[in-house]
Design a protein around this ligand. Sequence first.
Ligand code: ZN
Length: 149
Amino acid sequence: MRKLIKFVLFASALAIPVRALCASAWVNRAFVGAGGHVQIDDGVYAARGLPPEARQRALTALHAARGRIAATFGVPVARPMTNIAADDHEAARFGLADDVPGTAFISPLRTEVVLNLAHFSIDVTAHELIHAEVAQRPGFWTRVFELPV
Ligand SMILES: [Zn+2]
């Protein structure tokens, strides 16, 4: 019986990273080129075919969001990988649910922010960048084990 319990625990523990590795949204975020995205600014990626005015709208909003963070919490220190999706379909490929303007995926290695231009909001952009700050400033270990969240 103990061996069975150990086996089930081991298989369950193994299933989590295998599931994560096989999820296409994870692959698309980890390898932005695989998701068809190209770098449009430092740490910011968007679809190669995204019109220049849409790129500029996203970059302007990111700049303004960082300005809000700087005004309230000091100069941002987090460097999240930020993916700009043009619509719900593209956002879904990066793990964002329909009608959601943005989200942050936090891992021990980095924070990935996905923003959907179809529902774009500077408030949400600043909110997601704050998630990256909260993940970065105390460090992974402190955030996971010492912050009461
Ligand atoms: Zn949030």
